[in-house]
Design a protein around this ligand. Structure first.
Ligand code: DX5
Ligand code: ZN
Length: 218
């Protein structure tokens, strides 16, 4: 099993001081910075767009893992790439032409990921396997931080891990990750764990301990 990466979701950060928050999770040991983009259409919440991503980019050199919960996706790929995304992931449920979107992301020189909602079967990734850098399996229905981990996704993590085979594709989970649920996801084959509320609870002085607790449990 490869090393586990922890990707704190800034959805749970204090938005009034996002730059400081990003520096704090960087110093606290975050491997990646997970940026949740919501459009109030594909999901029932609105967060931020490329201008905010661009504003926080100078505050860390860490890998920006940008999770687009928007539809359509293609008109915004270039803006998020130019704003500083390292990897752009989008939902397979967001449109009928996922290969086209992957090509658009790669054309910007960025890594591409596909995201599956909890209700979408593992088989949805099969046609895309040779083009992906990351598969993100939602362990909550997207839209909000602080929801409970959906345990039925564990079997899907194992199925997708088997489909990936020897390909160099990261397998990420997102939603409800805690020191209790992280080991279940890791054991099933996930190697990138997104965590929002479990990292940001308790404020900046707690971030390092919170990240370490998830890492140790996984
Ligand atoms: C959910 C977002 C997640 C979320 C995770 O729609 O994609 O990244 O912020 O938050 P927690 O860890 O609190 O479930
Ligand atoms: Zn996310």
């Amino acid at each position: 099993m490869s090393t586990i990466r922890i990707a704190p979701s800034i959805l749970s950060a204090d938005f009034s001081k996002l730059g400081e928050e990003v520096r704090a999770i960087d110093e606290a040991g975050a491997d990646w910075i997970h940026c949740d983009v919501m459009d109030g259409h594909f999901v029932p919440n609105i967060t931020f767009g490329p201008d905010v991503l661009k504003a926080i980019r100078p505050h860390t050199k860490k890998f920006f893992d940008v999770h687009l919960m928007i539809a359509p996706v293609d008109p915004y790929v270039e803006a998020f790439a130019k704003a500083g995304a390292d990897l752009i992931s989008f939902h397979v449920e967001a449109g009928p032409h996922p290969h086209r979107t992957i090509q658009a992301i790669k054309a910007q020189g960025k890594q591409a990921g596909i995201v599956l909602n909890p209700g979408t079967p593992a088989s949805a990734v099969e046609p895309l396997l040779d083009d992906l850098d990351l598969i993100l399996l939602m362990t909550v229905n997207p839209g909000f931080g602080g929801q409970s981990f959906i345990h039925s996704v564990i079997d899907k993590i194992a199925r997708v891990r088997a489909l990936i085979g020897e390909r160099p594709i990261a397998l990420e989970i997102d939603g409800g990750a805690t020191p209790e649920t992280a080991p279940l996801a890791a054991k099933a084959g996930a190697n990138v764990l997104v965590a929002g509320s479990a990292v940001f609870k308790g404020g900046p002085s707690a971030y390092a301990g919170n990240i370490a607790a998830i890492r140790k449990a996984a």
